[in-house]
Design a binder for this molecule. Sequence first.
Ligand code: NAP
Length: 236
Amino acid sequence: MKTALVTGASRGIGRAIALEFKEKGYSVIGTATSETGAAELNDIGIKGYVLDLNSHESIDSFWQKLEDNNQNISLLVNNAGITRDNIVLRMSDEEWSDIMNVHLYGTFQLCKRSLKMMLKSKWGRIINISSASASIGNRGQSNYAAAKAGVEAFTKSLAKEVGKRDITINAVAPGFITTDMTENNDGVNEDYLIKEIPLGRFGEPAEVANLVTFLCSEEASYITGQTIHINGGLYM
Ligand code: NAP
């Protein structure tokens, strides 16, 4: 049975992806930032681990635990994410670096470590969760949009490096999805946002999960280096 690792599986899109993998018969490892979150994942049949992508020590100790438990990762979804919104003139160095660490450095670290396992197995699938913000920009999200654009460029480069080994790597860029992250839109009216979406609603985490698991399937074996948008038409 192949093992899928989903970061940020305790809530929102990551939780839906982890559950969808489980439904499809994979062994699933999910991460949360707290012991409580990891324990809750165990309760729903997902092997829960603690991981804080803003800490190199946490990444090291998480990976050590995976190796101690003889886990072999075949599928990786770099989903964990945060926002630290502010306009550039007021943005602190910490708001900038937290975003770069969690999204970009975290993605680099987990791809590099998982790839060593995938290269041995001569098969692998990696999905990096980006955002429509990378393509259209967003006021107050220069840090987040820059990190996500970096994730997309990283994805293309890595796809070129490992394609010959039957390892595909793609990015999925959601628009507005109903999760805790979009709960607080910093005073932006939800009705206003919905008017900008041709399908007239926010997306659901399960809709993103369907796309991610499709890209990890054999049916998607000739798709690599792409950014697939899922946004109800917000960005075309
Ligand atoms: P969410 O509901 O806020 O969940 C975030 C997840 O990331 C949680 O599992 C959280 O763990 C984990 N996490 C937070 N900080 C972390 C850290 N420092 N290290 C490791 N894990 C951490 O977010 P979401 O809306 O599902 O977003 C998932 C992904 O989709 C993110 O990459 C986000 O940028 C992207 N995205 C979301 C939307 C949207 O509209 N929701 C749109 C475009 C892109 P805890 O539960 O322990 O805090």
